[in-house]
Write a protein that binds this ligand. Structure first.
Ligand code: SF4
Length: 211
C-alpha cells in the first residue's frame, strides 16, 4: 500500500477528533441559499459573506427574486464580497438557469449543477455534500489543496486532479466529512503562511512537503 494510502485511516481519525462536527462556515437555510453563498465566497472570507447574506436573503427570497432583481441594485448589495459585478451576473444567471431548467429547484447531481452559470465542480460539491449530504465528490478549495499537498496526499496542482486523487485515497463514506474538516484544518492550523506544525494533531503523520 503506498504511504499516503496507509496514512488515511489515522488522518481521518485525527481530523474527526479535532473537528467532530466539521461543517462549512457559510450560513444558509435552503440549498439555494447555500448555492448563492458559495458563489459569493469566491475570493472572500466566509465571515464577510455571512454578514452580507444576513440581509441579502431577507431582501431576495428564492431564485425568482434574484433573477428579477435590478442588476445595479444587486451589484450594490454584493459589493462588500468583492468582484461584485461578476458575482451578480453569476447569481442572476444561476437563478435564471434554475427557473428555466429545474423548475426553481436545486438539482442533486454535479452534472446538472455545473450547467448553471457561475457553478463549477467545487461549488457543486459544496452544495451536494453540505445541503444534501451526498458524497458527490470531495471539495477542493485552496485550503484542501494546500493541506493535501503538504500531507503528501497529492503532487497535483489542478483542483480537479487533486480531487480525483483524494477520491481514490479517501473512502467515499468519508468524503462529506473530509472536505469540511480539511478546510477547517487549513484555515486554522495548516495555514498558508505559517503552518502551526507544533500544535498540529497530524504532525507525526505529515511529511510537511514544501513547508
Ligand atoms: S504538520 Fe504542519 S504541514 Fe503538516 S498538516 Fe500539520 S500544520 Fe500542515
Amino acid at each position: 500500500m503506498p504511504p499516503a494510502q496507509k496514512m488515511v485511516p489515522a488522518l481521518l481519525a485525527r481530523l474527526r477528533q479535532a473537528h467532530p462536527d466539521a461543517r462549512y462556515e457559510l450560513h444558509w437555510s435552503t440549498p439555494f441559499e447555500l448555492l448563492v453563498a458559495t458563489i459569493l465566497a469566491a475570493q472572500c472570507t466566509d465571515e464577510r459573506v455571512n454578514r452580507v447574506t444576513a440581509t441579502l436573503f431577507q431582501k431576495y427570497q428564492g431564485p425568482r427574486a434574484f433573477a428579477e432583481a435590478h442588476t445595479a441594485a444587486l451589484e450594490e448589495d454584493l459589493k462588500p464580497t468583492g468582484f461584485y459585478k461578476q458575482k451578480a451576473k453569476s447569481v442572476q444567471g444561476m437563478s435564471r438557469g434554475l427557473l428555466e431548467s429545474f423548475r426553481g429547484e436545486v438539482p442533486r447531481t454535479v452534472d446538472e449543477l455545473v450547467t448553471l452559470p457561475g457553478v463549477a465542480r467545487k461549488t457543486a460539491n459544496v452544495v451536494l455534500n453540505t445541503a444534501f449530504n451526498l458524497p458527490s465528490g470531495i471539495i477542493v478549495d485552496t485550503h484542501v489543496a494546500r493541506v493535501s499537498q503538504r500531507m503528501g496526499l497529492t503532487k497535483r496542482e489542478k483542483p480537479e486532479e487533486i480531487e480525483q486523487e483524494l477520491m481514490r485515497l479517501v473512502p467515499q463514506d468519508q468524503w462529506t466529512f473530509f472536505g469540511p474538516a480539511t478546510v477547517l484544518h487549513g484555515r486554522y492550523t495548516c495555514t498558508a503562511r505559517k503552518p502551526k506544525c507544533d500544535a498540529c494533531p497530524l504532525n507525526d503523520l505529515c511529511p510537511k512537503t514544501g513547508v
